[in-house]
Design a protein. Sequence first.
Length: 214
Amino acid sequence: MKFFIDTANVEEIKEINEWGVVDGVTTNPSLIAKEGRVFKEVIEEITSIVDGPISAEVISLESEGMVEEALELVKIHKNIVIKIPMTDEGLKAVKVLSSKGVKTNVTLIFSPSQALLAAKAGAAYVSPFVGRLDDISNPGMNVISDIAEIFDIFCIETEIISASIRHPMHVVESAKMGAHIATVPYKVYKQMLKHPLTDIGIEKFLKDWEGLTK
Ligand code: E4P
C-alpha cells in the first residue's frame, strides 16, 4: 500500500518524508487556504520535497475552466496530478485531460457508482472520502470495499485513494479492503507511529542497560 500525506504544510511534509513513508501528497483548497500562501508557490515547494504524485485541485466548476487551470498547473512539475470534483463537468474535464496525458484524481467521491464513472472517464485516481461518510453514519469503509471489488472484477487500473482519513484504524481498514493508497493527515501519521508498549519497552531496555557493568 502507498501512503500519501494529506496536507499543504511543507514543514509537516518534510518531517514525515524523512521517515521514508511518503509516496505522494494530496492538497485541497481548504488545506491550501490554511497555509495563507500563494497556491502555485506551495505546490512548487512540495514538488521539491516529495518525488511522487502531488495532487493540486482546480477551482472552476465548468470543464473548460478546469482544463485551463489544469494545463497551467501541470507546467509546475511533471509529478502534478489534477484534482477534479466529481461532477458532470468534472468528468468532461477528466476525459479531455486524460486524452492529453494529464493524470487526474477525482475527488469528493462518496459512492461506488461515482468511482466507476470517474474511472470510465479516464481518472488515474479516485478519492472516496471515508471520514465524511462516517460523519453522517454511512460507513465509509463499505464504499472502499465495494470500489475495490468492482475495480478488481474489471481489471480497472484507476487507483483508489482512501481519503478523509481520521484515525489509524481508517488506514488499517483501507489496507484490508484493498485501497491502493491512503492519504494520511500529519496527525494520523503520528498516531500510527505510537504505541505505549514501545515507549515502555525502550525505557526498560535503557534502564536495564544502565545497570550493566561495562
Ligand atoms: C483528500 O484528498 C482530501 O484532501 C481530504 O482527505 C479531505 O479530508 P477531510 O474530510 O478531513 O477534509
